[in-house]
Design a protein around this ligand. Structure first.
Ligand code: GCO
Ligand code: MG
Length: 409
């Protein structure tokens, strides 16, 4: 079998997605996700200009070799643009291999290690009341684990806290930044945040009991000693995890956090290679790996990362926001089903229009996700509909302290 076509589709149903479609001489096609939120066109150009021409004529069965060719061969290793592009190729090749074998990809990875993947949803509120409403709504939809984010008194706009209408709406495929030529600016006050968040979790535990798994995302905003303080102050509320408490490119900063708190830590949604995790895993500085197949070079390295993490009893918590396309989500559902050290899967449902552009075999029932039994990844792209929904500039917000200083994301 040979690859005869490598096409890049950029489409924007409710947000922008970059998809690679490989076509083979035997008529099989494969899809891969290279969506890089806010930098979509860079990933699309990397694929179109530098990768697609290299793929035509190659044997699609040689997944490992193609991955190494693109990773080692480029000279310029790693980085989010490169690794998103490689991820798309890797996923598309697994998709083709699954279709050729007549099996869902998880079967090729060793078969299912469980019946379904425990998923967590995003609840948030501008007040305790609206937060409670949002949690109730998620429980009604079947979620059995909830990420809790809250507005902070004295802070105008907190990232990840949906406005009221969105928090209670049917779907929450919101783009916190909205669309536009430049990022919107939000504000931030770490001291106010550290004072308020423990009260939020105290309230939620009182309302929803001791058993509901609760998660929280710090969005990389704290210095190590602040993160340590937050982790410690949340211990009475028994979090499933505290995510991205510090900007994690300084892996050793986590030593300090770890010294002071037993709140489990999750990190890595912005990481793109195993090297970003090396110290965190080998020193057991985290409990959950937040990588996304889309930003980590695809299924092949994600599987290897999880096997490495397994030696340290570290589990998966793959990044599943709406800016990972249904193709990228499918890729990590197959990995999550197959590996032994699965922990939890983030799940933010895409909009109805996105679900029309990408038809998925994946299902969510009773709080659990399953990639389905369709051969390959189980996602079909409606190219005609995709072509009618062109790219629109959209950016994540930035945040500034009240004196105007740019803050960590
Ligand atoms: C999460 C994330 C997202 C990211 C977004 C950036 O945990 O789901 O932090 O909300 O901010 O994916 O592109
Ligand atoms: Mg996050």
């Amino acid at each position: 079998m040979k690859v005869i076509g490598a096409d890049v589709v950029v489409t924007s149903p409710t947000r922008n997605f970059v998809t690679l479609k490989l076509t083979t001489d035997e008529g099989l096609t494969g899809l891969g996700d290279a969506t890089l939120n806010g930098r979509e066109l860079a990933a699309a150009a990397y694929l179109r200009e530098h990768v697609a021409p290299l793929l035509v004529g190659r044997d699609p069965g040689r997944i490992e070799d193609t991955w190494q060719y693109l990773y080692r061969g480029a000279y310029w290793r790693r980085g989010p643009v490169t690794m998103a592009a490689i991820a798309a190729v890797d996923m598309a090749l697994w998709d083709i291999k699954g279709k050729a074998a007549g099996m869902p990809v998880y079967q090729l990875l060793g078969g299912a290690s469980r019946d379904g993947l425990l998923a967590y949803g995003h609840a948030s509120g501008m007040s305790f009341e609206s937060l409670d409403e949002s949690i109730h709504m998620h429980l009604e939809r079947g979620y059995r684990a909830i990420r809790v984010q809250s507005a902070i008194p004295g802070v105008r706009a907190v990232y990840g806290v949906a406005a009221q209408a969105q928090a209670t709406g049917e779907r929450y495929d919101y783009e916190p930044a909205g669309r536009g030529a430049a990022p919107v600016e939000e504000d931030w006050d770490t001291a106010a945040y550290l004072r308020h968040i423990p009260k939020v979790f105290e309230h939620v535990r009182q309302q929803f009991g001791a058993e509901l798994p609760l998660l929280h995302d710090g969005h990389h905003r704290l210095r190590p000693i602040e993160a340590a303080k937050l982790g410690r102050s949340l211990e009475p509320y028994d979090l499933f995890w505290l995510e991205d408490c510090t900007p994690a490119e300084s892996q050793q900063a986590l030593r300090l956090v770890r010294r002071h708190t037993v709140t489990p830590l999750a990190i890595g949604e912005v990481f793109n290679a195993v090297w970003d995790f090396q110290q965190l895993i080998s020193e057991q500085l985290i409990d959950y790996v937040r990588a996304a197949a889309t930003h980590f070079g695809g299924i092949t390295p994600l599987r290897k990362l999880m096997d490495y993490a397994a030696q340290y009893q570290i589990r998966s918590g793959f990044h599943g926001p709406t800016d990972v396309s249904p193709v990228g989500l499918a890729a990590q559902l197959h990995v999550g089903l197959a590996i032994h050290n699965f922990g939890i899967q983030e799940y933010m449902p895409h909009s109805d229009l996105t679900d029309e552009v990408f038809r998925q075999s994946m299902r969510f029932a009773g709080g659990y996700l399953h990639p389905g039994e369709t051969p390959g990844l189980g996602v079909e792209l409606d190219e005609q509909l995709a072509a009618r929904l062109p790219y629109k500039p959209a950016y994540l917000p930035v945040s500034r302290l009240h004196d105007g200083t740019m803050h960590d994301w």
